[in-house]
Design a protein around this ligand. Structure first.
Ligand code: G3I
Length: 300
């Protein structure tokens, strides 16, 4: 394949990107997006604060604009995200206990009803674990330890056609406590029949941290539990070619690694743009890391 998507599709995988609605008027971005990518994610527009700014008042305008653009170009879609400690509606801040739990459930139902049958994946719960492998404390966690399970059960009932994902960062190193915490969550869900179909590893490699040699072991260990795995927000400090090559290769080596998404397309799109972590430069030219990824996809 001569594009990321064509190369990924050779092995039945996808290659995705994230975009904000502000990119819908950026012709440089849109040209690369439609040429190279076959999966799209909204950076902020489908988060709880964006889709339900006031209780029971849903606003899908910006999310729909991104979804429609991608869908019209034959791309599939990853929804991000339904239940998270971050970017919550302001009204959640004055709720707690059973009232907050009810608001979470009604939020999941409202958003998933709108996009029912349209998405390939939903990040149902995002970033619920702390670095030490225990639950991250948050207002949602304070509603009871079963909040994650309730979110997934609600999501399955709301749209049985979409794959339901748990998504987190710093779960790439197999021996890291947080990785083990999330692994045990998924293992428990599978044992008890709680609906979960995939684990998203955000794959933000920051501040000189290197690709863990056991990254592939992490992917295959999750996959062995009976879930898909995906690299959902990939970016790498200075777009190290060896790290991009390694993370792509690890995915290619694991049959249930279904695809890779980068968190933006050009360095100028990135939440950490000063680190130049993406596959395209500010002039929309592919970088050395692009070639490394393309070759690794084509070798599979
Ligand atoms: O839209 C407002 C704008 O009106 C205002 O003038 C401006 C001033 O600060 O803020 C704008 O909102 C910002 C928003 O991005 C849109 O640009 C928020 O402040 C800013 O906090 C928000 O950052 C987003 C971040 O999530 C928030 O948690 C990033 O764009 C987004 O890339 C990032 O994405 C997360 C994933 O969801 C989860 N994993 C980590 C990843 C990177 O942090």
């Amino acid at each position: 394949g001569t594009t990321l998507k064509a190369a990924a599709e050779r092995s039945g995988r996808y290659f995705g990107a994230a975009m904000g609605s502000d990119r819908l008027t950026d012709s440089g971005f849109l040209t690369i997006a439609s040429r190279e990518f076959d999966m799209m994610t909204a950076v902020n527009e489908m988060k709880p604060d964006a889709t339900e700014p006031n209780a029971g008042q849903f606003d899908f305008r910006r999310g729909d604009a991104i979804y429609n653009w991608a869908n019209e170009r034959g791309m599939r879609f990853r929804g991000h995200t339904l239940a998270w400690h971050g970017q919550q509606p302001r009204f959640w801040g004055s709720l707690s206990g059973s009232a907050l739990r009810a608001a979470m459930i009604s939020h999941i139902n409202g958003v998933m009803a709108h996009y029912k049958g349209k998405f390939a994946y939903w990040d149902v719960v995002n970033e619920a674990y702390a670095e030490n492998g225990s639950r991250r404390s948050s207002n949602l966690q304070a509603t009871g330890n079963d909040w994650i399970e309730v979110a997934f059960r609600t999501a399955r009932a709301a749209d049985p056609s979409v794959k339901l994902c748990y998504n987190d960062y710093n779960i790439e190193n197999w021996t890291y406590a947080k990785t083990q915490g999330v692994y045990n969550l998924i293992k428990d869900f599978k044992a008890r029949g709680v609906p979960v179909d995939c684990v998203g590893l955000q794959t933000h490699f920051t501040g000189g941290s290197s690709l863990p040699g056991n990254f592939q072991q992490t992917l295959s260990s999750f996959a062995a539990l009976g879930v898909d795995v995906a690299l959902t927000e990939a970016d790498v400090t200075n777009a190290s070619t060896s790290q991009y090559q390694g993370l792509t290769q690890a995915c290619m080596n694991v049959p249930r690694c279904v695809g890779i998404t980068t968190w933006g397309i050009r360095d100028s799109d990135s939440w950490r743009g000063s680190e130049n972590p993406l596959l395209f430069d500010r002039n929309s030219n592919p970088k050395a890391a692009y070639t490394a990824v393309l070759n690794a996809l084509n070798a599979a």
